[in-house]
Design a protein around this ligand. Structure first.
Ligand SMILES: Cc1cc2nc3c(=O)[nH]c(=O)nc-3n(C[C@H](O)[C@H](O)[C@H](O)COP(=O)(O)OP(=O)(O)OC[C@H]3O[C@@H](n4cnc5c(N)ncnc54)[C@H](O)[C@@H]3O)c2cc1C
Length: 438
């Protein structure tokens, strides 16, 4: 029994581990030379309702990706505007840590494999392939998980953003994202709000060394620095209104520079004209590290989502599942991990001839998966983004009483749903698979 996961971001890594723990052979294909995709420039986790979702997943027995994040933290239990009990992981050390987790789970990871074509057998996906001019390498499997994200490709960033901003996705080097569901004939969905198709990624990285020593020192010590922007008004700001992460659409982020320490200085705005930035005291030498053209723009995401059900099976294809941003307008590492786990687990269940799991509404994760699918069927919903960490979905968590940081209460909730350790390894099969891999 064989599963192929396409796309090695947080969702794909989580899917691969979840499937491997069920005892099936898993190959993870990543188009670049590194795992984690946009997670290579993120870092914020366990903030607000993400804490609850993280601990639900730990109680359900698939905490490996959160263990990796926790092992690489630069700061824990910190606060910044609108966010409580956040942790930050170091973007410098997280990727090798995740590589080690995948190796420990016996996942076969292949780098620089960009899937560009599919082979169908009616409504079943038989194989995925690289382009002919890249050797036409073919990967057959019983079930597939697509976790290729929703980043625009260069032409999309040019058309709907401010240009290709040379971001960590490195399309010019490794080729652009290719959606497997679309290749299999599925009509994908794009987020849109008015004329804006997709949304712009919401933060940039500055080289810490380019900041004034007192800012650097405070950032290293506290994990957060807030510097008022001289002359900033209260009005809405285009930079903030087109952000993918709507949880930062509040005045503190338009009137101040908010920096977080993720190894680099994470600047909480999609872009910031370099000349304007350098007029702010302490930022006279500021230099962008990601995206390189962070003075101009950032990547466009949330184009190319797959229609799916609540088991995360893609509509119309019998053996294709999806997770992460591909599964809908859910923004964030935590959101990618929890949907990735369910997609990988259900892909394994399908190959094992078992019923697919749908998580109940009594869990924040189950409710989010269902709520986002329903919202994506409405014009209004397509203009929104959902995250456990803020904006409309965090409000919903608070209204439903599902937000808590009480780990005991979260475990009891998972137990009441009969789902304690549901994703934990099937020991016998897993032992056989690890032995085979060795
Ligand atoms: C600048 C920035 C900062 C962010 N900061 C945070 C943060 O601090 N905290 C937070 O929670 N979230 C943050 N996010 C959002 C978060 O990173 C994403 O929502 C989440 O990580 C998405 O994960 P994913 O696996 O769905 O997709 P992606 O991260 O997009 O990963 C998709 C992967 O698939 C690969 N791929 C694509 N096509 C193919 C193909 N055809 N064949 C093989 N491989 C393919 C890509 O190379 C990539 O590695 C940030 C996003 C950005 C862009």
């Amino acid at each position: 029994m064989k599963i192929v996961v396409i796309g090695g971001g947080w969702a794909g890594c989580a899917a691969a581990i979840a499937a491997a723990k069920q005892g099936v052979d898993v190959t993870l294909l990543e188009r670049t030379d590194s795992l984690l995709g946009t997670g290579l420039v993120g870092g914020i986790f366990r903030n607000n309702g993400r804490y609850t979702a993280t601990e639900e997943m730990v109680a359900m027995g698939c905490g490996e990706m959160f263990d990796a994040m926790d092992a690489c933290t630069t700061h824990t239990n910190m606060e910044f505007p609108g966010h409580k009990h956040a942790s930050l992981y170091s973007i410098a050390t997280i990727e090798p840590e995740v590589q080690r987790s995948l190796a420990a789970a016996g996942v076969d990871v292949r780098y620089q494999v960009r899937i560009a074509e599919v082979e169908m057998d009616g409504t079943r996906l038989r194989a995925v392939k690289t382009h002919e001019n890249k050797g036409g390498i073919r990967f057959e499997a019983d079930a597939f998980v697509e976790t290729t994200g929703t980043s625009g490709v260069v032409t999309v960033c040019n058309k709907y953003g401010n240009a290709c901003s040379m971001c960590v996705l490195r399309c010019h080097t490794f080729g652009t994202r290719v959606g497997v569901a679309a290749r299999a004939g599925v009509t994908e969905i794009s987020g849109r709000k008015g004329d804006q198709v997709g949304a712009m990624s919401g933060s940039c990285k500055l080289l810490k060394e380019s900041l004034a020593p007192h800012i650097r020192e405070e950032l290293n010590r506290k994990g957060v620095v807030i510097v008022p922007i001289p002359g900033a008004g209260n009005g809405s700001d285009h930079k903030v209104s087109i952000k993918a992460c709507q949880q930062y659409s509040q005045p503190e982020y338009t009137q101040s520079i908010v920096l977080l320490d993720t190894g680099h200085a994470k600047l909480m705005t999609p872009y910031f004209p370099q000349a304007e930035l350098r007029r702010i005291p302490g930022f006279e030498n500021a230099r962008f590290e990601d995206p390189y053209s962070g003075g101009i723009g950032n990547s466009i995401r949330f184009v190319g989502m797959a229609p799916r059900d609540d088991a995360l099976k893609v509509d119309g294809i019998d053996n294709l599942f999806c997770g992460g941003e591909k599964a809908g307008l859910l923004v964030g590492h935590t959101e990618a991990v929890v949907t990735g786990v369910l997609a990988g687990y259900n892909a394994a269940r399908l190959t094992l001839g078992q019923a697919l799991l749908v998580l109940p509404d009594s869990l924040a994760i189950g409710d989010a998966i269902r709520h986002v699918r329903e919202q994506m069927q409405t014009e209004k919903g397509l203009g929104l983004k959902f995250t456990f960490s803020g904006s409309v979905y965090f409000e919903r968590m608070k209204e439903r009483g599902s937000y808590t940081t009480d780990i005991g209460a979260i475990r009891r909730r998972v137990e009441a749903a009969g789902l304690t350790d549901v994703f934990a390894a099937r020991t016998e099969l897993d032992a056989r698979r690890v032995a085979r891999a060795a």
